[in-house]
Design a protein. Structure first.
Length: 102
């Protein structure tokens, strides 16, 4: 009787660990990290583009390169975050139940 009790405890612990593993995989999904970094850096570079002086724009042959690069980074970051939202990480399949041995 103690064997079935310990097997149940082990099964419960394994199930709990699998749930935590799936949660950790979703939390550290590479799309979240890349998207977040691109959005943060895109905001910073876009702000630098808005406050660029005329001398900075003249150095880039009349193109406000910080503004355009920042907007591109923002779009790319938002794409990654939208991809994460629309296609989340699939949960792991449930473990197959073994038939009890007599």
């Amino acid at each position: 009787m103690s064997d079935s009790y310990s097997d149940k405890n082990v099964h419960d612990e394994v199930t709990e660990l699998e749930t935590q593993s799936v949660t950790a995989a979703r939390l550290f999904d590479i799309r979240r990290i890349i998207g977040g970094l691109f959005v943060v850096y895109g905001v910073i570079v876009t702000i630098a583009g808005f406050v660029a002086s005329d001398n900075d724009i003249d150095k880039a042959q009349g193109v406000n390169i910080n503004l355009w690069t920042g907007l591109g980074m923002l779009i790319l970051g938002l794409f990654f975050l939208a991809w994460l939202k629309l296609r989340p990480t699939a949960p792991s399949p449930p473990p197959l139940e073994e038939e009890p041995k007599d």
